[in-house]
Design a protein around this ligand. Structure first.
Ligand code: ZN
Length: 572
């Protein structure tokens, strides 16, 4: 049995994510996990909340709660919303977990022993006005690389270059706006990434099948300008993985924690340990996914993320994994995404602009959103959510094509025959042609899904729905019935079997709808139709079904306008 390990970029803890975040990693990762499971793979699908760092501390302060308590609450909220979107994680963990603390400290020790971590004295930005050292994200200024005037201290959102706060031109505090920033000396750990440059180049060159978006970002960071820089991996915070611990190979690091970007990807592995512990399994259960000396040799590991996360996953995290000198399972394929914009601008968490995950579920079921987001996934370029496009896509693809097909065929069968697959008649030329056409279309759909081409996969699935609709339109059993009830029975039988085929093929995209169809048609399972002709002959005459409730409600213009106004900004 093929084994597929899938991780989604970890959503940060300080609030509910918007639909742009969802389609940039968790949702396509879920699509792929569901598809691989349907194809018979053994799948381990992991995600977690990324809980450390200053933004968590500040959000907790605002909420008037201890940071640990705040993170527990927000983790539970995010887990519940993820379940609402039917994200089928095997485990949704927490980067603040004990296994992640232990593993982060272990890997740091190994990196130090390998000469890849050094203790350095460095100057850090201190704000007199704010009375504290400022973490990278709370310093903004002009990017020395591209001139963008709102680059953050850790990264430029415009050119994606990894930065240090001292690189910024005209820096200021984003907490107070203060410009009276001064540099003070303090002690920190540095990850000597530059020493791994050749190894990284070689490793990335071996990934000939990676998307251009992924490799171009990685190569740019690796080789542009002065090339990959060494990087501070400790911060002056209280919330995080302590740098000074029993058995640590360094001293004088009390009061510091590992930088959130050092410990967060390690949580991918630790999340496996959390999963095993929760299942009551021993460490072998997760190590067979993560250690090549313990069974992970034959695992295919796929990561999903937005393009802003690519540098950390192609450079910094691989330095940790390769540099530790232990047989960790390295990623085989990185699927990265561009950005989803919102109605003529950007989604904005701070301004409450756009639709957030909880709001989305409060107005429509998950499948409506899953279908639109995945069929418009920002793969080759940024894409844009507009309410007009959403309305059109839901009404056409889901209601008119899929929903209408299911409704017409089941209702017609009930009225002219019964709520059972009718007997009589044979599949003729038209049916044979449809089956051949669908066999080719399903094969095309599979090849896009295998390649994780999400939009192409959605287009191919839509084409399969459309082919059934066109058949029904042209076969017109309601006309046939008047002259040749036997022939109409065969047409309806094929139509009912098409619904079964659609349930199986559509489940990765719209699992709730697939489940409804499975129940209505009393399908024993939603296994993948490896043989399309066989799948279209699976429901035999006499097999009972019930007419399902209307699958999709159309979005009318008034609703669309209401929502457009409601989500224009200032989330309350
Ligand atoms: Zn820049």
């Amino acid at each position: 049995m093929a084994r597929t390990l899938i991780t989604s970029a970890l959503p940060y803890i300080n609030g509910i994510k918007h639909l742009g975040n969802l389609v940039g990693s968790q949702l396509p990762a879920d699509l792929y996990a569901r598809y691989r499971r349907a194809r018979g793979d053994e799948v381990l699908f992991l995600c977690a909340t990324d809980e450390h760092g200053t933004p968590a501390e500040i959000a907790a302060q605002k909420a008037g709660k201890p940071v640990a308590e705040y993170c527990t609450e927000l983790h539970d909220i995010q887990a519940e919303i993820a379940a609402g979107f039917r994200l089928s994680f095997d485990h949704f963990g927490r980067s603040s977990s004990q296994p992640n603390h232990a593993l982060t400290q272990h890997l740091a020790t190994k990196l130090y022993e390998a000469g890849l971590i050094e203790v350095v004295e460095e100057t850090q930005i201190y704000s007199e006005t704010d009375g504290r050292f400022l973490p990278d994200r709370y310093i903004e200024g002009t990017c020395p690389n591209c001139g963008y005037d709102s680059a953050r201290g850790d990264q430029c959102d415009n050119c994606t270059k990894q930065l240090d706060p001292t690189d910024l031109i005209e820096p200021h505090s984003t907490i107070s706006g203060a410009t009276d920033l001064e540099q003070r000396v303090t002690k920190h750990l540095y990850l000597k990434q530059s020493g791994m440059r050749d190894a990284l180049n070689e490793w990335i060159d071996s990934k000939a099948d990676w998307p251009v978006l992924t490799t171009s970002i990685a190569k740019k960071w690796l080789n542009d300008g002065d090339g990959l820089q060494d990087r501070g991996i400790t911060r002056d915070l209280s919330w995080g993985v302590p740098v000074q611990f029993e058995g640590a190979p360094w001293e004088g690091m009390d009061g510091k924690v590992f930088y959130v970007w050092f410990d967060a990807p390690i949580e991918y592995i630790a999340c496996g340990a959390e999963w095993a512990a929760k299942q009551g399994l021993d460490s072998e259960a997760w190590e067979r996914w993560w250690r090549t000396d313990k069974g992970a040799e034959d695992v295919r590991y796929v990561q999903f993320m937005g393009k802003d996360n690519v540098p950390f996953h192609t450079l910094s995290f691989p330095v940790t994994m390769l540099g530790a000198g232990e047989p960790w399972k390295m990623v085989d394929y990185i699927k990265s995404f561009n950005y989803l914009n919102y109605d003529g601008g950007q989604f904005s968490t701070s301004r409450g602009r756009g639709v957030f995950m909880d709001q989305a579920l409060s107005i429509l079921p998950a499948d409506y959103w899953r279908w639109w987001l995945l069929s418009h996934a920002p793969e080759s370029s940024d894409s844009e959510f507009t309410w007009e496009n959403f309305q059109q896509s839901v009404n056409k693809d889901l209601a008119d094509v899929l929903g209408n097909f299911v409704s017409r065929i089941t209702k017609f069968c009930r009225s002219k025959f019964s709520e059972a697959v009718p007997e009589g008649g044979e599949y003729g030329e038209q049916e044979t042609a449809l089956i051949a056409d669908l066999t080719a279309k399903v094969s095309e759909y599979q090849s896009h899904m295998d390649a994780i081409d999400v939009r192409k996969g959605a287009n191919a699935l839509r084409a399969i729905w459309v082919a059934g609709n066109e058949y029904l339109q042209s076969a017109a059993p309601w006309s046939t019935f008047k002259e040749d009830p036997e022939k109409a029975a065969a047409q309806v039988r094929l139509g009912l079997n098409l619904i079964g085929l659609y349930a199986r093929l559509s489940a990765p995209f719209i699992p709730d709808t697939a489940g409804k169809l499975q129940t209505a048609l009393a399908l024993p399972d939603l296994d993948w139709p490896e043989d399309v002709a066989g799948a279209l002959d699976a429901l035999k005459p006499g097999h009972s079904f019930v007419v399902p409730d209307n699958l999709f409600a159309k979005i009318d213009d008034e609703q669309r306008e209401d929502w457009q106004e409601k989500f224009a900004g200032t989330r309350s």
